[in-house]
Design a protein. Structure first.
Length: 74
């Protein structure tokens, strides 16, 4: 999924996707040979979770920890 498509599907601004990726809240994505990012559908869920958490006033560090805990099976 392309950059703008994932932003639209998650209902976030394109700049938010860039920022969350730069901050490490989103996993690194594969890139096409031309340099375009190729996001998975799981990225939409990640973006929606980050959006909800920031709307509730959670700091980025707490969101990062929540995201890490959700990815850990134990």
């Amino acid at each position: 999924m392309k950059f703008a498509e994932v932003a639209k599907a998650a209902d976030v601004a394109i700049d938010a996707v860039r920022f969350y990726e730069w901050e490490g809240l989103l996993p690194q994505t594969a890139r096409w040979p031309a340099g375009h990012r190729d996001y998975s559908s799981a990225t939409i869920l990640d973006l929606q979770m980050v959006k909800r958490a920031t709307a509730l006033g959670s700091p980025l560090q707490e969101i990062f920890e929540l995201r890490s805990l959700s990815r850990t099976p134990h």
